[in-house]
Design a protein around this ligand. Structure first.
Ligand SMILES: [Zn+2]
Length: 120
């Protein structure tokens, strides 16, 4: 499953960031996922539960922010959001627009951690 390897690498990089905060627990991980990143949000969330088991991320929440697709329209000379992924045309003038400026992201936007020492 594609999403599982994505989540595994997220867990890895979050774990690396945590090295600076010994004993910290992750509460929330926010992802920016482009509408074109070809991942299924539900799968990501499902895999997250599996991949975080036994890690400092266990029990944390994965928040997926879907980033809309923005294309550069030549005739308009502007970046415009696509109205539909079915048609790569400028919603303003109808010109074909294949210059994708945004929408392929797959990155960690923020990590919320709990630094307080807990007695578990
Ligand atoms: Zn246009």
């Amino acid at each position: 499953m594609h999403e599982l390897s994505i989540v595994a690498s997220i867990v890895e990089s979050v774990t690396e960031s945590l090295a600076a905060y010994p004993g910290a627990r992750v509460k929330e991980v926010r992802l920016r996922v482009g509408a074109l990143a070809s991942v299924v949000q539900e799968s990501l969330e499902f895999c997250y539960g599996i991949a975080t088991e036994g890690t400092a991320l266990e029990g944390s929440v994965l928040v997926v922010n879907i980033v809309p697709v923005v294309v550069r329209c030549g005739p308009c000379g502007q970046d415009v959001p696509l109205e539909s992924l079915q048609s790569f045309r400028c919603p303003r003038c109808g010109a074909p627009a294949n210059d994708v400026r945004q929408g392929k992201e797959l990155e960690i936007e923020a990590i919320e951690i709990d630094e307080a020492e807990e007695t578990v």
